[in-house]
Design a protein around this ligand. Structure first.
Ligand code: SF4
Length: 200
């Protein structure tokens, strides 16, 4: 058992379930931090942020909230390669997380992104380490993937909103639920930008 604090980047409520269970089991005191401008459009951002608030209350996880949906920024990416978008996306988030980790006085940070079976863990590690070095804190990598299903079940029991796409406006086009989600959000699927998927 360790007795130290950790700054936990929370990408959404469902993804936070299992990491919080593991980190608490290992003796960490957790400060959550919701910073995800990649969640687009703004209506979807509001749904996921609401889910994090519910999660935070249910499990008494202190949570800081910053940023907003930045759809225009993602739409302006010059490359159409998915790997480039995701690298930029991880880099932007980890940079801000490391900065706030330092400002809040925590020695180390990690992210709930690494419970995902679909995220690029190597790219997240690179982004986390780069940001940590930049701000003089530690990035701790935890491979939470073995608890992905358990975390999703916990989220279902907690009544959390469970999204069907990664987050950005590009990924909304890539899910098989595009039409249904667009209808819910009141947007035209034909307006979604397209990219080349070089990570498949
Ligand atoms: S697919 Fe996910 S990780 Fe990649 S750019 Fe979009 S939101 Fe970010």
């Amino acid at each position: 058992m360790v007795d130290q604090a950790i700054f936990l980047h929370v990408c959404c409520g469902p993804c936070a379930e299992y990491p919080v269970k593991v980190l608490r089991g290992e003796g960490y005191r957790i400060q959550g931090y919701f910073y995800n401008p990649n969640i687009q459009p703004a209506e979807e951002y509001a749904r996921r942020e609401e889910g994090v608030k519910l999660f935070s209350e249910r499990h008494a996880v202190p949570m800081l909230y910053e940023g907003k949906s930045e759809e225009a920024l993602w739409r302006s990416f010059p490359s159409s390669l998915r790997s480039k978008h995701c690298e930029a996306c991880y880099g932007m988030r980890m940079e801000q997380v490391a900065k706030r980790c330092k400002e809040e006085g925590y020695p180390a940070f990690t992210t709930s992104l690494t419970v995902s079976l679909w995220q690029d863990h190597e790219a997240i590690i690179r982004a986390g380490q780069r940001a940590a070095e930049h701000h003089g804190v530690l990035f701790k990598y935890f491979d939470f993937r073995s608890g992905y299903r358990e975390g999703q079940n916990m989220a279902r029991e907690d009544g959390l909103y469970r999204q069907k796409y990664c987050g950005c406006i590009y990924s909304l086009r890539e899910t098989k639920f595009t039409d249904k989600i667009c209808e819910e959000l009141g947007i035209d699927p034909a307006s979604l930008p397209e990219r080349i998927d070089d990570l498949a």
